[in-house]
Design a protein around this ligand. Structure first.
Ligand SMILES: CC(C)(COP(=O)(O)OP(=O)(O)OC[C@H]1O[C@@H](n2cnc3c(N)ncnc32)[C@H](O)[C@@H]1OP(=O)(O)O)[C@@H](O)C(=O)NCCC(=O)NCCS
Length: 179
């Protein structure tokens, strides 16, 4: 298990589906980033959750459920997964909009990069986002990731950022490990 000053990371369970859908993924500002149609259904969220659990089983790593320590609420996800059809490992994150702009995605992302480099032994981690997703680009930049190229992803242009284990600086937000 990982934790940071404000966040606990735990495994998702099928029981998270309702809250994940209702409070986070179906929110219009989240759905417009997650889905080309701008909306996401309960069924699509269920498939996504199932794929997340499957990724952990197949590869031994994946996306964590983020719990806000102060109010004990599930507020989103952050973790690592294979970028579709590539050997690249991608940093992924999404938060409930009620918790945006407090530095929480950056805090979570830093903990996950540290886990990826120090525990999983990865040499490089990538992140991909749309050109209009300024918040996500800012998170990548604050984590020390560098823009490398623009690529096609799911049929649209996407900015591709990378960071190597040598470039990563874990010192800005200490990560507590337990278990
Ligand atoms: C991307 C996301 C996870 C960021 O979460 P967050 O906790 O608000 O992120 P942080 O607070 O750590 O940092 C956000 C940064 O973006 C900036 N930002 C946010 N919205 C912005 C906007 N519209 N224009 C300019 N800057 C913006 C914030 O000011 C902050 O930068 P700063 O610290 O330099 O001021 C959140 O916006 C989200 O869940 N978005 C929808 C899903 C998504 O985009 N996921 C990523 C897919 S690649």
């Amino acid at each position: 298990m990982l934790s940071t000053p404000r966040l606990l990371f735990r495994q998702f369970t099928p029981a998270d589906l309702d809250q994940l859908y209702r409070e986070i993924y179906s929110h219009p500002e989240v759905a417009r980033v997650m889905s080309p149609t701008g909306t996401i259904s309960l069924q699509q969220t269920a498939s996504l959750l199932a794929r997340r659990l499957q990724h952990w089983q197949r590869h031994g790593f994946g996306a964590w459920a983020l719990i806000h320590k102060q109010d004990q609420q599930l507020i989103g996800h952050c973790g690592l997964h294979y970028l579709a059809d590539t050997p690249d490992v991608e940093l992924t994150y999404t938060l409930n909009p009620a918790y945006w702009r407090q530095g929480l995605a950056t805090e979570a992302g830093r903990a996950v990069l540290q886990w990826g480099f120090e525990t999983l032994g990865l040499a490089q981690i990538v992140a991909v986002t749309g050109p209009s997703n300024i918040a996500s680009q800012r998170v990548m930049q604050k984590l020390g990731m560098k823009y490398e190229k623009t690529m096609q992803y799911n049929g649209t242009a996407a900015l591709y950022y990378t960071i190597s284990c040598l470039e990563f600086d874990p010192n800005e937000t200490p990560v507590e490990h337990s278990g």
